[in-house]
Design a binder for this molecule. Structure first.
Ligand code: CA
Ligand code: CA
Ligand code: CA
Ligand code: CA
Length: 446
């Protein structure tokens, strides 16, 4: 047993001495799960127990990539990982962050201990905020007295003899770290909803590391839409030297808006983007849960919207027209306009989405038949009425007998253990230029 322990210890030392470069890019979860490193966790736990000297409970970040009790990261670029651990004393609510390191014998010891700004760790991430090539630690702290807001803290300057330096701590509602000006160091963007009497005021604030002051300082502030009660998502993209920040704000239980801010890389100044003279937020009010993202993988973020498909309808199980059929349209913001970049029919009832090419606009429409599990596509006549059927997509249970008119394997556009999706292209559909490969390409199982 003792020999086994010794060899495990040796293996861990070897791992940490020679492979910390590769360890840095391995996800922490896989590190924690790796059976060879269980011994390391035990040693860290012992050192932490010793250093704290009281009963405690370990705290795991509640969300994010680093949701583990012990997170290993090389904070000072000496090719050896340090360990970041969070805990609370059983006698107190405050969460502490402890940094542990190894001595020349590979034994873990606690370097420093910092009281955090909350009762739980919401998330832990890393970013090089001051541009010195080393990661800073970004911790978000949950505070029990606030429903909306949390604290964000940045810690940096780790060295085994001095520990870490607290660089920044700010109240926020949502945050996003991004390199606005592409210089290799991350700026921090915070959306903050503040109470003002009975009403709320919302702000977007950009923070950057100021070399001369050696501090993270606010470099720009802008008012945000004050009807927003919380934020669902923040993301960004670049167009040339311009960086755009997309903020999905929740305005009610069912509705969301997107605010778009532009930041020029030279001045780091936030400005609100407008489309056709209006605030983007006024044009992006929608019900539905989709969040801004780069839906078509072209490097630019799109904003979701929903529009009725001209001539489209849904037939309910009694074959009555129950409601309109909607397109999910993803718009790209560019040159002060919102331009449709990608659209599809999201057919949640049947478990797939189907891409609709731009040039089908006002030419093709669809009818969703809930009774037959069928989506039929028609040409649209000039006066907006249904023309000929071009094709249809049927869903049948994988274990059901296929319908007699659609037995050919060539008609299957997708199948899995649950369902088989078949398409039938009519003569008019073929004349329209449709091929089964087009339908396969446009089909995505969801
Ligand atoms: Ca290190
Ligand atoms: Ca740094
Ligand atoms: Ca930067
Ligand atoms: Ca895109």
């Amino acid at each position: 047993m003792k020999n086994k322990l010794l060899s495990a210890l040796f293996l861990c030392c070897v791992l940490f001495s020679f492979s910390s470069c590769s360890l840095r890019i391995v996800s922490v979860d896989s590190l924690i799960r790796a059976p060879k490193l269980t011994g390391v966790n035990q040693q860290v736990q012992q050192s932490l127990d010793q250093s704290v000297g009281e009963d405690m409970i370990l705290k795991t970040p509640l969300s994010g990539e680093y949701a583990a009790a012990f997170v290993y990261r090389d904070l000072d670029n000496d090719q050896n990982n340090e360990c970041i651990a969070f805990y609370a004393l059983t006698s107190s609510d405050t969460v502490h962050m402890n940094i542990l390191d190894t001595d020349q014998n590979g034994s873990w010891f606690s370097v420093c201990d910092t009281a955090g700004s909350g009762s739980d760790v919401s998330s832990l991430t890393f970013a090089d905020v001051d541009g010195n090539g080393r990661d800073e630690i970004i911790v978000t702290w949950q505070i029990p007295e606030s429903k909306n807001n949390q604290y964000l803290s940045v810690y940096g300057g780790y060295a085994p003899d001095v520990g870490i330096v607290s660089m920044f701590s700010e109240l926020y509602t949502a945050y996003h770290a991004l390199d606005v000006n592409g210089d290799g160091s991350d700026e921090i963007f915070l959306s903050v909803i503040e109470t003002s009497g009975d009403s709320y005021l919302a702000y977007g604030r950009l923070f950057a590391y100021e070399e001369q002051a050696a501090r993270i300082e606010m470099v720009s502030e802008i008012r945000l839409d004050s009807t927003v009660t919380s934020y669902a998502n923040i993301c960004h993209d670049y167009e040339g030297a311009l960086c755009r920040i997309y903020i999905d704000g929740v305005v009610s239980e069912t509705h969301m808006i997107t605010e778009v801010l532009e930041v020029s890389s030279s001045a780091l100044l936030l400005s609100a983007a407008t489309a056709d003279g209006q605030a983007v937020s006024a044009l992006t009010l929608r019900s539905g849960e989709h969040l801004c993202r780069d839906i078509n993988n072209d490097g630019y973020v799109e904003i979701p919207s929903y529009a009725p498909l001209a001539g489209g309808s849904i037939l309910d199980r009694e074959n009555g027209v129950s409601e309109s059929l909607y397109l999910t349209v993803w718009n790209r913001y560019s040159a002060s306009r919102l331009v449709p970049a990608y659209q599809y029919i999201e057919n949640i009832d049947f478990g797939y989405r189907f891409d609709i090419p731009q040039d089908w606009q006002q030419r093709v429409t669809a009818v969703k038949d809930l009774k037959l599990n069928r989506l039929r596509f028609y040409s649209l006549t000039e006066n907006g009425a249904l023309g000929h059927m071009l094709f249809c997509i049927d869903r049948t249970a994988a274990d059901a007998d296929p319908p007699s008119e659609m037995l050919s394997e060539e008609d299957i556009i997708y199948s899995d253990s649950e369902y088989i999706y078949r398409a039938l292209i009519t003569d008019e559909g073929e004349a329209f230029g449709l091929q089964i490969t087009d339908l396969i390409q446009a089909f995505t199982r969801i």
